[in-house]
Design a protein around this ligand. Structure first.
Ligand code: ZN
Length: 63
């Protein structure tokens, strides 16, 4: 999992944690981060609903 400053986890969907953090411009981003070792997937979204959708549809390469 990449280190993210000020990452606040707010919910968990399967192996994916969703949280908020601020980017370098001070804007709040919603990040979805897979906690499975060996997957390493993560992405930023501008809304929490988009991050939740991505978390639900995420499929780990490693099962
Ligand atoms: Zn994954």
């Amino acid at each position: 999992m990449p280190a993210r400053d000020f990452f606040h986890s707010v919910m968990r969907i399967g192996p994916v944690q969703i949280g908020t953090h601020r980017d370098r411009h001070g804007q709040t981003k919603h990040a979805a981060v897979c906690s499975n070792d060996g997957c390493g997937w993560s992405a930023d979204y501008t809304s929490q609903s988009a991050a939740q959708l991505a978390a639900r549809t995420h499929r780990c390469k490693i099962r």
